[in-house]
Structures are given as C-alpha cells and as structure tokens.
Ligand binder design. Structure first.
Ligand SMILES: [Zn+2]
Length: 77
C-alpha cells in the first residue's frame, strides 16, 4: 500500500465514489443565491457556500443541471 492521502468525493447523482480530482465541485454562492441562485463551478474547490460534487459522467452533469434549474424556477418567478 502506498502512503498518501487521496481525498474521495461522492457524486451526488450516481453516488459513486471518485477521487477528488475526478469530480467537479459546484457551489451556490450565498450572495448570488439571493438573486435567484446561480450555479457556479468551483474550480479551486475552496469556495464558501453549499457545495455539490458531480462526476464527469454526462448523465450526471445533465441531471444535476436539471435539478438546479428546477430550483431556480421555484425561486425566480
Ligand atoms: Zn455521477
């Protein structure tokens, strides 16, 4: 066994586990959320706010986008 820490993150759609580098972190920044919620990709994975990890699967990306747009509709109109 190699020593070394590999951070594991779970994709919130398919619930499979991936190395942190293989998932994309999305956040709803609080200050933007006030205006209806804008989903932002957190490139640095350090932003404050509610974070979601999504794997690189296209299906998961699409499902997540749908979820977030539903959320936006409920708040936005
Ligand atoms: Zn996934």
């Amino acid at each position: 066994m190699k020593k070394g820490h590999t951070p594991i993150r779970m994709c919130m759609i398919c619930r499979q586990k991936f190395a942190k580098k293989d998932v994309t972190r999305y956040v709803f920044p609080r200050e933007v959320d006030t205006y209806g919620g804008a989903l932002a990709v957190d490139m640095t994975q350090t932003k404050q706010g509610r974070g979601y990890y999504i794997c690189s699967s296209l299906e998961c990306q699409q499902k997540f986008t749908q979820k977030s747009s539903v959320r936006r509709k409920r708040k936005g109109v």
